[in-house]
Design a protein around this ligand. Structure first.
Ligand code: JFZ
Length: 435
């Protein structure tokens, strides 16, 4: 009888949670967090795990069909002697980024934090024995950088991530377990992540696409989302499913595409949310996790252009770093961070706290907007004049942003013409229009 009452009670609670999230009303704190998130514009993604030792990206276990028991032995040699959370956070801060999204557990199933729900974790299974997430969280809180957690819905190691999806099929893991225990495991871990590390800015889910050949599959997201919002109402939920955002999600994620583009082939079905904050993630070289043979880093100019274009499309950029097996950021990555930071020191005002401007993106660049200022970001122009199709506001003043020198301009019913003494060649030639 007691059992029956208990299970009835549980069902009612679950149902409530489901209903709560299926008619999701974000709290005031959550809405505030969304606006802060938009204002921050720039974050750093960090993909780091035992896969980093293989130096061939975070998918190496799948790509090389590595047996899960053999792969797990990497943990026994994981001793990243150069890891220093303070240095990481300082390098991120120097770039002008305002938040870090860290891989708490990637598809390989290895937990990069001290968890009671699996011994396959950095504290129990490595000689390093340190909870790097604790160290990172403490340092982020100290240095005023927000911390987000990437969390994989897929697991190539456990026997209870069932049914199998379309990846990690040759890792030798059995599928004798049950989804129910895997689901509980994830929720227990999420509870730890949202209880033991202070305020968390976002949970960044990934992996839903693994079951795209199994559309009936129920991930039971509403209850999971409700759990997160119950533990930390201001924690934003994003899911890298490449679809139109689901009920209960607080941000829309794009992968390797600016909103509206579909170059990477992931964004075909996503549309663009008109209500939720947008974020796009991109690599600095070509890989998320450390890859020793990939030194094909984008230039600082390319990275700044990506950030500016994202801002012009009303989106944040989450730019990735794959730390080395020794725990250090690659030197090139540190250099890029520094140079972007120098640029942000001058131009941050035209990025932070802005929204995509009223003039939509053009071949020559984008606009951002804040208060009565419109920032015209000229990224690519081979002319001494620029026509800006701005008709909704009367322009009172035009200056070159960096030195505030006045700029000649004219405005008629079709828009504004800006006139330069020379062809603009800056990485981003910003004109500040006051209306
Ligand atoms: C995902 C992860 O798999 C990847 O390792 C990284 O974390 C990135 C940020 O997000 O990228 C994807 C997403 C979808 C597919 C492959 C990689 N897919 O549909 O096969």
């Amino acid at each position: 009888m007691k059992n029956l009452i208990w299970s009835l009670l549980c069902s009612v609670l679950c149902l409530q949670a489901t209903l709560a999230q299926s008619n999701y009303q974000p709290t005031t704190e959550n809405l505030k967090a969304r606006e802060d998130f938009r204002d921050n514009k720039f974050g750093i993604f960090i993909h780091w795990g035992i896969y980093s030792m293989m130096a061939d990206g975070e998918w190496v276990m799948n790509n090389k069909n590595l047996n899960y028991k053999e792969y797990a032995k990497l943990a026994g040699g994981f001793y990243p002697a150069g890891f220093d959370a303070k240095e990481w956070v300082a390098a991120v801060k120097a770039s002008g980024a305002k938040y870090i999204c860290f891989t708490s557990r990637h598809h390989d199933g290895f937990s990069m934090f001290d968890t009671n729900y699996s011994d396959y974790n950095i504290v129990k299974a490595t000689p390093f024995k340190r909870d790097v997430i604790k160290e990172l969280a403490d340092e982020c809180h100290k240095q005023g950088i927000k911390l987000h957690f990437y969390y994989s819905h897929i697991d190539w190691y456990r026997d209870d991530y069932v049914p199998r999806g379309r990846t990690g099929l040759k890792t030798g893991r059995t599928t004798t377990g049950e989804w129910k225990t895997y689901y509980e495991f994830m929720n227990n871990q999420l509870t730890e992540l949202l209880t033991n590390y202070g305020n968390i800015g976002a949970i960044w889910f990934d992996g839903l696409w693994d079951q795209d050949q199994n559309p009936e599959f129920d991930w039971e997201l509403p209850e999971q989302y409700a759990l997160i919002h119950r533990l930390q109402p201001a924690c934003l939920i994003g899911n890298n499913h490449h679809l139109v955002p689901f009920e209960g999600e607080d941000i829309q994620i794009f992968e390797r595409d600016l909103p509206g583009e579909n170059k990477a082939g992931y964004s075909g079905e996503s549309g663009i949310s008109v209500t939720l904050p947008l974020e796009t993630c991109e690599t600095m070289n070509g890989m998320w996790g450390y890859k020793i043979t990939d030194q094909n880093y984008k230039s600082t100019k390319e990275l700044i252009h990506y950030l500016v274009k994202a801002a012009g499309k009303n989106a944040n950029l989450l730019m990735n770093i794959g730390p080395q097996p020794d725990g250090r950021f690659p030197a090139v990555a540190i250099e890029r961070l520094k140079e972007m930071g120098e640029w942000m020191n001058t131009y941050g005002e035209t990025i932070y706290g802005t929204r995509g401007g009223m003039v939509p993106p053009r071949d020559w660049g984008v606009t951002t907007q804040k208060g009565n200022k419109l920032y015209v970001h000229i990224l690519n122009l081979e002319d001494k004049a620029l026509f800006v199709p701005l008709t909704s506001e009367k322009i009172k003043k035009a200056v070159v942003f960096k030195d505030k020198t006045p700029l000649k301009f004219s405005q008629d019913k079709d828009g504004v013409v800006l006139k330069f003494s020379e062809v603009p060649t800056d990485i981003d030639y910003v004109v500040e229009l006051t209306f």
